[in-house]
Design a binder for this molecule. Structure first.
Ligand code: BEZ
Ligand code: FE
Length: 257
């Protein structure tokens, strides 16, 4: 049996596209160019990247909803479930032995809209290296949970983890997604540096979000249009074991289920 919602959405979507073709009097060469481009995206395996770059930010605006909680943000195509749950303090994201980059201490607090701590929350965090590369994804990075972990929260709803400060991330520029952004649209292929989070706590909607850093050159031109004002944080310096580390902190507020 046909799913009525799917039928209605498909019909409306096709009407929209047909109307667009007529309005712009598209010709066979346009049709052939679009077909060739779609085949290229398929052959390059870039559909998840393409969708998340051009459309996920809009789906995000219709999904989590705004309220007295932390804004959600796009998940992007690089989340890997099953990251190790850290148990030994000080919590430290898994890294390669020679992991380059500014050492970073990140402090987090997880609360509900009434300001009460959520001690049973778990913070699944993932981010790129200081060269902007993701484990499992980029050539030269291991297929392992590097700079990815689940961080528990203490009784008072706070936690902290150690990592390195990620660099801005450039999406693959040599494939059809990058080609469209760079050569056809005259934009660029950069996202501002960011930390990804997926925060869960029983009785609350999972919060998928990102944090960006003040002063980043790509905050106003994120190729994936994922930046939200409430998610840009200052970074400072703090003393850790006698060394000066980059320091960030944030209070995450979860939306009740
Ligand atoms: C990311 O956040 O890493 C990302 C988002 C959209 C497209 C590609 C990457
Ligand atoms: Fe990312």
């Amino acid at each position: 049996m046909a799913d009525q919602r799917v039928v209605e959405l498909f019909d409306e979507f096709m009407e929209m596209v047909k109307d667009f073709i007529v309005r712009h009097r598209l010709q066979y060469e346009d049709y052939a160019a679009v077909t060739r481009y779609l085949v290229r995206v398929s052959e390059a395996g870039e559909w998840p990247l393409w969708m998340d770059n051009f459309l996920e930010a809009t789906v995000d605006t219709t999904s989590y909803g705004e309220g007295p909680w932390t804004p959600s943000a796009i998940e992007g195509p690089y989340y890997k479930p099953g990251a190790p749950l850290l148990s030994r303090q000080p919590y430290t994201l898994p890294m390669r032995p020679d992991e380059a980059g500014d050492k970073m201490l990140f402090k987090a607090s997880v609360r509900n809209p009434a300001g009460e701590p959520l001690p049973a929350a778990v913070i699944d965090v993932w981010h790129a290296t200081d060269k902007g590369l993701y484990s499992f994804i980029d050539a030269g990075m291991p297929d392992d949970f590097i700079l990815r972990a689940r961080v528990p929260v203490d009784e008072d709803g706070t936690t902290a983890f150690r990592s390195i400060r990620p660099a801005p991330y450039e999406i693959p520029k040599n494939g059809p997604t990058g080609d469209l952004l760079n050569s056809v649209l005259g934009r660029h292929t950069w996202r501002p540096a960011h930390l990804h989070f997926r925060i869960t706590a029983e009785g609350y909607k999972p919060l998928v979000t990102q944090l960006y850093f003040e002063g980043d050159p790509y905050l106003d031109s994120d190729c994936a249009e994922g930046v939200k004002q409430g998610l840009i944080i200052p970074l400072s310096k703090t003393d850790v074991d006698g060394d000066s580390w980059t320091h960030g902190e944030f209070t995450f507020v979860l939306q009740p289920q």
